[in-house]
Design a protein around this ligand. Structure first.
Ligand SMILES: Nc1ncnc2c1ncn2[C@@H]1O[C@H](COP(=O)(O)OP(=O)(O)OP(=O)(O)O)[C@@H](O)[C@H]1O
Length: 267
């Protein structure tokens, strides 16, 4: 079990087990994330990372408990859950004919009042997040005409517009070039700090994960095999064992690990 880094765990998973069929794909996972902290779930393909995020989002059934600010999430009404938890799936199906603005406005739906009409304040939040993800210039475009990276940023914008205290982002940088990936994570980090939001992402790019996350959990075959500070979790030996990858783990001047793949030596 990873200990919460802050004094106040916002999110706690206790012995969470998830099965789609007979065999569990996630077994007995326990972890805690402090309020305002950033946790990255890493691990090889099929390890159970997305499944874990879906359980926290309340989208798949599980055994065990998931608690947000002392409330079990399975006791939250769907509207309360949407006001408190933002979730961006890895490959969401997008309504092609919707404009970027109308799509991002959907993020405000859980906050709309009785008449369900968005206000100037909602529109202002949407414009702010579109600026943050660098999509202001495309606000009138239909989703079906966006590039893969632009669509990915629109998905993130919708979740950010929800302004929830917990953000669950499944591979938010997939399909983004290195500059857009970095900008997006920077802006996410700014929002996290401004709102004191708790962030849980899955991330395949271990170097980026190490630069932004306070803590990493490494998941393999449905269980946590290592947890802690990025420099503690990311060792060449562990990555060989769990990813079957040959890497060198270097260190930046500020002490964060950089995972560099190297070609295996053949005898
Ligand atoms: N709806 C489903 N029905 C049956 N099996 C599923 C379903 N969704 C996922 N699985 C299986 O559960 C396991 C974990 O999948 P999951 O998507 O959580 O992995 P992941 O760690 O996110 O992988 P990746 O890095 O490839 O995205 C995999 O073996 C996958 O095939």
């Amino acid at each position: 079990m990873t200990e919460a880094t802050g004094p106040d765990p916002a999110l706690t998973l206790h012995e969470v087990t998830i099965a789609y069929g007979a065999a569990p794909v996630v077994s007995d996972v326990s972890l805690a994330v402090g309020r305002g902290q950033w946790l990255a779930i890493v691990g090889p393909n099929g390890a159970g990372k997305s499944t874990l995020l879906k359980a926290i989002a309340g989208l798949v059934e599980y055994r065990g408990s998931v608690t947000l600010d002392s409330t079990r999430i399975d006791r939250l009404s769907p509207s309360d859950r949407a006001r408190r938890i933002g979730y961006a799936p890895q490959n969401p199906a997008l309504p092609e004919r919707l404009t970027v603005t109308d799509y991002v406005l959907l993020g405000r739906t859980p906050h709309l009042g009785f008449l369900a009409r968005e206000t100037a304040a909602d529109l202002s939040i949407v414009e702010d997040v579109l600026d943050r993800v660098d999509l202001r210039g495309l606000m009138g475009r239909r989703l079906g005409t966006l590039s893969g990276g632009e669509a990915q940023r629109a998905v993130l914008a919708r979740v950010l517009a929800q302004r929830t205290g917990l953000l669950l982002l499944d591979e938010p940088t997939t399909g983004l070039d290195i500059g857009h990936a970095q900008t997006l994570l920077e802006r996410l980090d700014q929002l996290r700090a401004e709102d004191n939001a708790t962030v849980v992402t899955t991330l395949h790019d271990l170097t980026l994960a190490a630069q932004y996350a306070d803590e990493l959990v490494l998941v393999d075959r449905g269980g946590i095999v290592a947890a802690g500070k990025p420099s503690e979790v990311l060792t060449a030996e562990r990555l060989r064992e769990h990813y079957a990858a040959e890497v060198e783990v270097l260190t930046t001047t500020d002490g964060r690990p950089v995972v560099a793949p190297v070609r295996p030596r053949h005898a």
